[in-house]
Design a protein around this ligand. Structure first.
Ligand code: PLP
Length: 367
């Protein structure tokens, strides 16, 4: 049993507060993969100054943010769809492209399957290979592309952190062109990587007319409560997908925040450096102090496998009682009762997490 994923995701603070909340101490959330620096201060100031603009409708065509994103990504505004979070972009892709069969690579973000099923599609799947840290065999992916109308891959994938090389992505995208299958590359976490530009296929957009890139602004800029994401693809696909969007679905404050976030270069650099450093620090600390296995994926989160005698649910409960939230991964197809995920946060918070893990292990020995 998992304790805080009642609605399928980490970061559910209301459920967590009901289970573990105390008046003295706020909960420390490692269960959602959000930038530990919090939202950029410059952006927050602009947002506060712009609060009164909510008396007007947001721009239904989201022109200013689209223009800024187009400049950043070196595409045109017609290549971009802005959504109420990456999650809305995924839903619109399915609604707009109407796939009868959707392919997923387990273990993966649960919304791919959930959205596809709720919009009437059938699911086909393949599994990442444990021996290859959950990267699937290319031949399995090719098979999936042959059998489906649309395939989702995470890049990096949640919760495994799997990344593909550019060469592998080119192979997969070429195959998608051959089989006439839409390929959705979910890059919700790619901004956290220092070598994002080397590994994304986004600059090759014009070559791969079946590929749709989805990105989130909620994780990197720490605004999940505001909701903001975007999709980038060939204008013909974007226009089909956009046709399904409810007018004004992206609110005025999210648009203002998005424009301001894109000016935050120093914050972006600081975030990437922090995550790079702390990611290897936490991985080593867990391996050295606790002897647990940490998968080597690349992202601002880590997937950890516990030894047989500890379950993720038990650890989650004991950590929750210490005011720390971790994400059990036992409900992901392809993972086990012993797998959990943690976000990479600041050094102080990470140290606190490791100390609490050690206490839980020590307390277990005394029982
Ligand atoms: C892989 C992945 N993609 C997309 C999303 C959704 O992002 P957003 O908050 O922008 O809707 C999440 C949220 O956890 C995620 O893990």
């Amino acid at each position: 049993m998992a304790w805080i994923e009642k609605y399928g995701h980490g970061g559910d603070l209301l459920t967590a507060k009901q289970l573990f909340g105390s008046k003295e101490k706020p909960l420390l959330d490692f269960s959602a993969n959000i930038n530990p620096l919090g939202p950029p201060t410059g952006m927050m100031k602009i947002l506060k100054d712009q609060l009164e603009t909510i008396v007007h409708y947001p721009d239904p065509a989201q022109r200013l943010l689209k223009q800024r994103l187009a400049e950043k990504l070196a595409v045109t505004a017609e290549h971009i769809l802005i959504g109420n979070g990456a999650a809305e972009c995924m839903a619109l892709v399915i609604l707009g492209l109407q796939p009868e069969t959707v392919g997923v690579v387990y273990p993966c973000f649960s919304e791919y399957e959930q959205l596809a099923v709720s919009f009437g599609a059938k699911i086909k799947s393949c599994y990442g290979k444990l021996a290859n840290d959950f990267k699937p065999d290319i031949s399995d992916l090719f098979q999936l592309l042959t059998e489906t109308d649309l395939v989702f891959i995470g890049h990096p994938n949640n919760p495994t952190g799997v990344l593909y090389s550019r060469e592998e992505l080119v192979q997969i995208a070429k195959q998608a062109e051959k089989t006439n299958t839409y390929l959705v590359i979910d890059e919700a976490f790619i901004d956290f990587l220092p070598y994002e530009k080397q590994i994304t296929l986004l600059p090759d957009l014009e070559t791969f007319k079946h590929v749709i890139f989805i990105r989130s602004m909620t994780k990197f800029y720490a605004i999940p409560g505001l909701r903001l994401g975007y999709a980038v693809s060939h204008p013909a696909l974007i226009s089909k997908i956009q046709g399904k969007q409810v007018t004004w679905s992206v609110n005025q404050l999210a648009l203002v925040a998005g424009e301001a976030c894109l000016e935050e270069q120093e914050y972006e650099e600081r975030t990437i450096a922090l995550i790079q450093e702390q990611r290897s620090y936490v991985k080593c600390s867990i391996e050295e102090n606790l002897g647990w296995f940490v998968f080597p994926g690349q992202a601002n989160f880590l997937l950890v496998r516990l030894p047989e005698e500890i379950t993720a649910a038990d650890l989650q409960w004991k950590m929750g009682q210490k005011g720390i939230l971790i994400r059990s991964c036992s409900m992901y197809p392809g993972l086990t009762l012993h797998d959990f995920r943690i976000a990479v946060r600041t050094k102080q918070e990470n140290d606190h997490l490791i100390e609490a893990f050690k206490e839980v292990v020590e307390e277990g020995k005394k029982q």
